[in-house]
Design a binder for this molecule. Structure first.
Ligand code: AMP
Ligand code: MG
Length: 312
């Protein structure tokens, strides 16, 4: 077994893999994740996204990886009717989430920033992108899932049949545990320490959680502002959801979904799930209700007995 711990994308990561080639595979996967970080960071001046966001003339050349991820992000924006929006940098930076210089902006500042977030205006060719003046990308809602998904592919290319990737709560598995038993993937308690449930998984799958507890700030009155935004209002989401977990084979899809489901709220998220049924979710609301979709019912195990679980 080879276990690598490292810091990347502003979070702690752990990749555990088993079998022949584990060390080599794990090192290559780790380097790949660091490379992804250096491409997609909005603050690193050498990153591709930074260059796109600060370009003075367009079109600008981008790598195939970046192009593919932006393309997928735009498709997710379309599919979720803008709940997922990869063009929110003007809003997330205005609130100080990109550089940790948090502040509550004025209504006028928010309106001005919102004008720059229309994802329909992104022009993407194979290896070239054009943004309108002032528009800027923020792929923070999808980059970790993408990194996990691609890193898992790398491990598989080395013949790895059993692995667990945990990129700051973005979980991706390959196969079963080395001893043939299933993985127990904890779902963090959004109200405190530890986990409130776990998924028993014995196949390659991604489990990605979006939650307010991950990153937030409070104003002088103690009001909390989280890092997930409603792209329609330019405000941090403040609905009934406290955590949204998406489960599916594709980790990139799950990451975009977890953010989207959080923004949608339980009703719209349920509607969306009924329409597509190509993923599952666990949504926890502020009043400690837990909603679990049918595809993962048999994998879902509750630890905290006080909460009511609704199976959809
Ligand atoms: P996640 O933890 O995957 O939900 O991603 C949250 C991050 O995605 C934030 O820190 C922002 O960088 C970015 N983000 C915030 N709101 C949205 C949104 N509505 N759509 C897409 N990305 C977002
Ligand atoms: Mg996400």
């Amino acid at each position: 077994m080879q276990q690598n711990y490292f810091e990347s994308m502003d979070t702690f990561m752990k990749v555990q893999c088993y079998g022949k080639n584990s060390k080599k595979a794990n090192d290559v996967a780790q380097n790949y994740i660091k490379k992804i970080e250096s491409i997609f960071s909005v603050t690193n001046e050498n990153s591709e996204i930074y260059k796109v966001n600060n370009a003075t003339s367009f079109p600008i050349k981008i790598s195939t990886e970046t192009s593919d991820l932006i393309k997928f992000s735009l498709e997710m924006a379309e599919k979720t009717s803008g709940a997922f929006n990869p063009c929110l940098y003007p809003v997330t930076s205005l609130w100080g989430f990109t550089k940790k210089n948090y502040k509550v902006p004025s209504a006028q500042e928010i309106q001005n920033a919102l004008l720059l977030t229309d994802y329909h205006k992104v022009r993407l060719e194979k290896n070239e992108i054009t943004l309108e003046k002032g528009m800027m990308l923020d792929l923070g809602g999808i980059a970790k899932g993408y990194a996990a998904n691609e890193a898992a592919k790398i491990l598989e290319s080395f013949g790895i049949k059993s692995a667990l990737l945990d990129l700051g709560g973005n979980i991706q598995t390959i196969g079963k545990k080395a001893d043939g038993s299933s993985w127990h993937i904890g779902i963090r308690n959004p109200f405190g320490d530890g986990v409130f449930a776990f998924l028993e998984v014995s196949k390659s799958i991604a489990v990605v959680t979006s939650a307010g507890y991950e990153r937030f700030f409070e104003d002088e009155n103690g009001k909390k502002y989280i890092h997930i935004f409603d792209a329609k209002t330019g405000m941090p989401v403040d609905n009934e959801v406290v955590s949204a977990t998406a489960v599916a084979k594709n980790g990139t899809y799950c990451d975009a979904l977890s953010t989207s489901l959080f923004v949608m709220g339980i009703e719209k998220a349920t509607e969306f799930w009924r329409k597509y049924k190509d993923f599952d979710f666990i949504i926890v609301t502020k009043n400690k209700k837990v909603y679990v979709t049918s595809g993962i019912k048999t994998m879902f195990n509750k630890i905290n007995e006080n909460w009511t679980v609704y199976y959809l």
